[in-house]
Design a binder for this molecule. Structure first.
Ligand code: PA5
Length: 352
């Protein structure tokens, strides 16, 4: 490939690059609508009840790490937008956040079931006598959930946690529906599935990856897409193996903006916003974009859709695909996250 001109390489991208996708993640993306439908049905026959608790659940804590807790982060972000009265908290440490309602439900999520911080948060929830349940593909989390006789939702295994997002996201949505913590989302899911079948998100991902190739990535989003932007950052880190800096409007306008007084041409800035931003915010973004465009390239993505649920998931998908195609452009295996495994191995077994 080294003898070929840049244009020839362009022509062959992405077809000649799929062999770098050693675990055929692309197939999974191609089946995304089936995976969503499958995931949404998983909790159907699983009893999710807490007979030792009489008070209604007033808060949900989604506890996990990395590719597992990201579903919770995006769910929290989505409900902050559409129903700010719901209390959803994220736990991503060895202990749960200190201030949790005594009527909270702690949902421990670990795709592998072996993540020590998540197992530790499970134990913390037990210590604090909170309602707890687990979502996992098996291993130790499934084991302790069974031992403590708490609800256990098992999801299909054998893929990477970040790839398993549909299983984590739509399964959690269904769990929250079954608990009557949120309303039924089946219509919204149907409309999402329709959009996913109609629009070519893959080409958006390919296009974006082309712009980001050999650039340092900076992501700016509004509060409306905070969780989604975080998913983008982590997907560029894990799939493409590149750094990605993340910050938010309006805060960047008060500090980070100054860096664009110098040449920043090695960077590419992505601005994520919805079609729901207030007028003042839109004006702020427009001026910021104009100013930073003098120092580096900027891509602004307006996440549109007939409803917020669809907007959120399609925004995630565009980021997932962009990070996937960026990995291929660098001739990297998007699934390879062996350094995380090395760290876990060197840490050795966890004993509480
Ligand atoms: O994407 C990944 O592989 C990681 O971010 C993992 O999700 C993280 O290390 C936690 O593992 P698990 O999701 O199995 O609990």
């Amino acid at each position: 490939m080294t003898d070929k001109t840049k244009d020839q390489i362009e022509e062959e991208f992405p077809d000649d690059f799929y062999p770098y996708d050693k675990e055929d993640v692309r197939q999974f993306y191609k089946q995304i609508t089936n995976k969503i439908q499958e995931a949404y049905k998983i909790p159907e026959l699983i009893p999710i009840a807490f007979p030792n608790f009489s008070e209604p659940i007033d808060e949900i804590v989604i506890a996990g790490m990395g590719g597992s807790v990201i579903a919770g982060i995006v769910i929290k972000n989505y409900f902050e937008l559409v129903n700010p009265n719901l209390r959803i908290i994220i736990g991503n440490d060895y202990n749960l956040p200190r201030l949790i309602s005594k009527n909270a439900l702690v949902i421990c999520v670990s795709y592998s079931g072996n993540t020590e911080e998540t197992l530790s948060m499970f134990k913390d929830a037990q210590r604090r006598k909170l309602r707890v349940m687990a979502i996992t593909s098996g291993a130790k989390l499934a084991e302790i959930a069974s031992n403590y006789r708490v609800p256990l939702v098992k999801i299909p295994g054998k893929i990477h946690p970040r790839q398993a997002l549909p299983y984590l996201y739509f399964t959690t949505i269904r769990v929250l529906e079954k608990l009557k913590f949120i309303e039924d989302h089946s219509q919204l899911i149907n409309s999402l599935i329709k959009v996913l079948g109609q629009k070519n998100f893959e080409s958006l991902g390919i296009e974006l990856a082309k712009k980001l190739y050999k650039k340092k990535i900076i992501i700016y989003s509004t509060k409306n897409l905070k969780g989604v932007a975080y998913r983008w950052k982590t997907q560029f880190n894990e799939n493409s193996k590149v750094p990605a800096h993340l910050h938010y409007f309006p805060e960047i306008c008060h500090n980070e903006l100054c860096q664009y007084m110098e040449d920043m041409s090695e960077y590419h800035v992505i601005i994520l916003k919805t079609d729901k931003e207030p007028r003042r915010m839109l004006k702020r973004i427009e001026i910021t974009k104009k100013l930073i465009s003098k120092a580096c390239e900027v891509t602004e993505l307006d996440i549109k859709g007939s409803n917020d649920f669809t907007k959120f998931y399609t925004a995630i998908l565009i980021g997932d695909l962009a990070s996937y195609y960026l990995a291929l452009r660098y001739r990297r295996n998007p699934s390879d996250d062996s350094i995380i495994g090395t760290l876990k191995k060197e840490l050795g077994p966890w004993t509480s």
